[in-house]
Design a protein around this ligand. Structure first.
Ligand code: CAA
Length: 258
């Protein structure tokens, strides 16, 4: 598939997807989210990829769903076609680690797609918000659900009800972003983190991601019980034997991703 709205490349074991609709501040039109889902499916099935970085431009990670496309939708067309289920959720369903590297605007669907990633590294210029209320709607791709889980109820209510933006510092204080870096260092910081993750055992990294995501679905005792069973199961992997042998032998581990 030749992509028109995203750029895709690989560097070692890291896949990089750059949203690339500068004329619309990377607004998430159908073509873009279809291409994004396609690129993610390819990275998921590529055994050489251990982590993905999703990024945008300096000015915008993504300014939200494409309002000009949404404008002509009605309830039945949106319900029947359900683009959020069909393509957008491919980010949330992606099983390998994925980092959002956010510079500039991450608004509406842009903020929601960033939150579907495992963590967000933000540049000092990043601005987050759920301004859908200004358009006479509310967030529709997880904003009302993922935002209060990522930050406090108070801040989620504040952002979704007023439609205001939050800068990188406020987002880091609130727990939405894991770290802030200078704008010029954003991609290299995200790549460093992605390379580090990709150097670990892929199945173990995937199970770790799955376990943390499970914590949002399960009660504490069920979650801990489930974690323990997965931990025990990891002793059936070659990478557990290698990782612990490497520690005992005072050498670097060479994971085989199995
Ligand atoms: N959809 C479609 N086009 C968009 C867009 C969007 N979400 N955001 C920006 N654009 C377009 C603008 O229409 C403009 O195009 P033209 O030059 O053809 O007019 C171009 O991108 C540049 O935008 P601006 O001129 O507005 O740039 P700015 O620097 O003055 O402002 C901004 C930047 C504050 C981000 C402003 O563009 C803006 O408010 N955008 C909309 C943000 C928004 O409401 N997002 C939520 C969308 S709904 C949603 O996401 C639903 C959901 O939950 C899934």
């Amino acid at each position: 598939m030749g992509y028109k709205t995203i750029q895709v490349k690989t560097e070692g074991r890291v896949g990089v997807i750059t949203l690339d609709r500068p004329e619309a501040l990377n607004a998430l039109c159908d073509a873009l989210t279809t291409e994004l889902a396609d690129a993610l499916a390819k990275f998921e099935s590529d055994g050489e990829i251990g982590c993905v970085v999703l990024t945008g431009s300096k000015k915008a990670f993504a300014a939200g769903a494409d309002i000009k496309e949404l404008q002509s939708q009605d309830f039945v067309s949106l319900y029947m076609d359900d683009p959020f289920e069909k393509t957008w959720e491919s980010v949330a369903r992606f099983r390998k680690p994925i980092i959002a590297a956010v510079s500039g605007y991450a608004l509406g669907g842009g903020c929601e797609i960033a939150m579907m990633c495992d963590f967000i590294i933000a540049s000092e210029t990043a601005k987050f918000g759920q301004p859908e209320i200004n358009l006479g709607v509310m967030p529709g791709a997880g904003g009302t659900q993922r935002l209060p889980r990522a930050i406090s109820k108070a801040k989620a209510m504040d952002l979704c009800l007023t439609g205001r933006m939050m800068d990188a510092k406020e987002a880091e204080r609130a727990g939405l972003v894991s770290r802030i870096v200078p704008a010029d260092d954003l991609l290299s910081a995200a790549m460093d983190a992605a390379e580090t993750i990709a150097s670990k055992s892929l199945p173990i990294a995937m199970m770790t991601k799955e376990a943390i995501n499970r914590s949002f679905e399960l009660g504490l005792s069920e979650g801990v019980r489930w974690e323990r069973r997965v931990f025990q199961s990891q002793f059936a992997t070659e990478d557990q034997s290698e990782g612990m042998a490497a520690f005992a032998e005072k050498r670097a581990a060479h994971f085989k991703h199995k």
